[in-house]
Every structure is written in C-alpha cells, then in structure tokens.
Design a protein around this ligand. Structure first.
Ligand SMILES: Cc1ncc(COP(=O)(O)O)c(C=O)c1O
Length: 374
C-alpha cells in the first residue's frame, strides 16, 4: 500500500544523530537567518509583521491552498490573487496589473518541490516596485536549485517540515534580506516548545498503528479516523480555523525527528521514487507528467500529473494500492469558479499528485505501475 505520508519508523531517520535539517540549511544557506515555527503560515506572519502596515496588499498565486492567505489577513493586509500559466509560471502581465503603491510583497511558490518557473523575474519585479519577495517553499525543504536552497531565494521565505518528515508540525522562517532581519521580532509562537504535547503522543500512536496495520486499507482508514485530531472534520476545514489551530511553536517531538533525519537519504529516496513513477506512467496517453526533468538537487514533494479523467485515474490508483494520491489544491472561495483564474481552476481539477516520500519502497511503485499498465 502506498500512503500519503511517511512513518516515524522510516530508515531515513538516522540513528547517529550527526545529520539533521539544521546542518543541511547551514551548508546550503550559511548567511541566511532561520527560525523554527509550528507552521509555515505562522512563520510567514512573524516574518512580515515588522515590515507591513494594515491596509497594504500582498500578491499571491491563485493556485494555492485556501489557508495560506490567513496570516496576511491576520496582519490587516489584503491578499490579491494573480493568475498563473499552465507551466505554473506566474502570468506576469496579470500580476503587474494588480500591483499598486500599497503592494508591500509578492509571493512565489515552489510547487511540488520544484522552483517556480519565472523565479528570477520576481527579483527584478520586486526591485522595480520596491517591495518584498516572499519565497513560499512549503513543499521543498531539501530542494537546492543550482547554488540556492529553495525558500531562500526571496527576501524572506518559509518551508514546511511537516510535508517532508513524519512529524505533526514544523516549519522554518528564512530571513535573507537585511531589512527583513532587522525588522524581525519573534513572537511567542516562534521556536520549539519545551514540552511534549498530547498531539505528539497521538501522532506517534497513529504511526504505530499504521505500521502494524499498514497492509489493510480499511483498517488504516478507521484507525486514522479514530486517532485523528479533527483535521478531517468538515467544521475544521474553514481556512481561518485551520490557521488559528496552527498557532503554536514547533513541537519537541518534531524537532527531535528533524534533528535525526538524514537529508541526503531522504532526497535520494524521493528522487528514486519520482523516477519510478515516470517509468510507470510513461506509456499513458491520458496522463501528462508535469515535470519531465528532475534536475540535480531537487527533492520532490510529490509526483504531479495532469489526468484527462482524474476521478477514474484516482480509482485506478486505489485499485493498485495507491491510497495517498489526490487532486491539489482546494481553492480559496474567491478563486474557485472565478473565470479570471481559469487555469488555476482547471489545474485544481486535473492535477493529481502521487506520493514519492521516503517511506515508500521503489518496488511498491513499480508493482503499482505493473497494475496501471494492465
Ligand atoms: C504552497 C503552500 N504554502 C504554504 C502552506 C502552509 O504551510 P503550513 O501548513 O506549514 O502552514 C501550504 C500548506 O498546505 C502550501 O501548500
């Protein structure tokens, strides 16, 4: 069975303790300041807090999870969505049209672990308009693009460890620009919690249960529901409540896992699994691979494809034991169905992401591929 997330019992958590996320960041971004948070959204809020005034606006891509703009609203800022192209590159004409004297920042997003196409154009645009560039790197904590650790390409950036490691929370705020560093004042939500919380225990219990029951899809689902912290409950889907629920420092448990993780092993495993999906789906006319190339240094978050018939494809995947695939993302209400953002809407329906995480044996993807070819 191929699940959506890795388990805390994965071999890619080193026993020696001489690796960890921090040494990776120190190696690839030695001159960038970083601070831990429980969530990328809260990191973003703290990173911007000293730089903005209520009433200013921030440009963000329309193709985005709905809660990501909540920290902007928390600071009294207006979020403005810009259109994107089929390649996931910003539609710079649309973006520029929406900028004005009150634009304080523009956000790029490195989707699925890959640098957003057009990233270099952001720097010239934000220079021209004298505003900040936010490098949203929630998906790609270990991706290095040439010499640049993704997330550190902007004036400030965020990355989400929860999307990489088997942890209940965890994120990093990067402050690269000097003005950003000077204005930054960590709130009480910054850093790592000094105690182990009930949520940590629940998370480990889920991981244990999944490891023990991992071969049964129905058991897996019912255990998940039993131990769930309510995130599947429709009442907690509201983006505002989602954001509020993440207002806590990073848990001690997550920090311990981040310190024990082997970034090199994780990145290699994800890359190998990415290539296995490439081979498995190469012959399918009804499925288009989003990124044909996997450049050196990239640590993919998922394997995104565009499916002609997403529901049928997802059902087929499930029949082959792949339960962690899904379309992405659910769009913000003001974007959903809005024809100004037709490509974002189309992508959110057609784009299916397949898991590549380090907890998956490449052979399992190859076996699923055999099933998909039949
Ligand atoms: C592109 C993007 N940015 C930011 C976030 C927010 O990250 P976090 O969940 O750590 O707050 C997400 C989370 O889904 C995301 O997909």
């Amino acid at each position: 069975m191929i699940s959506a997330t890795p388990s805390v019992f994965d071999a890619s958590l080193s026993r020696s303790g001489d690796v960890g996320i921090e040494s990776f960041v120190d190696l690839h971004a030695p001159s960038v300041d970083y601070t831990y948070y429980g969530a990328g959204k809260v990191a973003l809020r703290d990173g911007l807090a000293g730089l903005v005034e209520p009433g200013e606006n921030v440009l963000v891509p329309a193709y985005l999870s709905p809660a990501v703009v909540e920290p902007l609203h928390d600071l009294g800022l207006e979020s403005r969505f810009y259109a994107i192209k089929e390649t996931l590159e910003p539609d710079f004409t649309d973006l520029e049209r929406r900028m004005d004297d009150d634009t304080v920042a523009v956000m790029s997003v490195n989707y699925f672990g890959f640098p957003q196409p057009g990233l270099e154009t952001f720097a010239s645009l934000t220079d021209e308009y004298d505003c900040y560039h936010i490098d949203d790197n929630a998906h790609a904590p270990l991706s290095v693009d040439g010499e640049t650790l993704l997330g550190t390409a902007g004036d400030l950036g965020v990355t989400t460890l929860r999307k990489l490691l088997p942890v209940p929370d965890g994120a990093v705020l990067y402050c690269r620009d000097e003005a950003v560093r000077e204005a930054f004042e960590p709130s009480s939500l910054a850093g790592v919690s000094d105690r182990v919380a009930a949520a940590d225990c629940r998370y480990v219990a889920t991981s244990v249960a999944e490891t023990v029951l991992g071969t049964s899809r129905s058991l897996h689902r019912s255990v998940e529901a039993l131990l769930s912290d309510g995130t599947d409950d429709p009442s907690s889907v509201d983006p505002g409540s989602r954001y509020e629920a993440t207002k806590a420092p990073m848990s001690r448990f997550s920090k311990a896992v981040a310190d024990a993780a082997d970034p090199g092993a994780i990145r290699s495993a994800r890359r190998e699994n990415y290539r296995a999906w490439q081979r498995a789906l190469a012959g399918r006319d009804d499925v288009t691979i989003v990124y044909d190339r996997l450049p050196e240094g990239i640590s993919p978050y998922e394997f995104p494809v565009r499916a002609d018939e997403p529901d049928a494809f997802l059902a087929e995947l499930e029949d082959c034991g792949v339960i962690g695939a899904h379309t992405w993302p659910i769009l913000r209400q003001s974007v959903y169905g809005n024809e100004e953002y037709d490509i974002a809407n189309r992508l959110s329906e057609e784009l299916v992401v397949l898991p590549v995480h380090q907890g998956i044996e490449t052979a399992a993807i190859e076996a699923a591929g055999d099933g998909l070819r039949r």
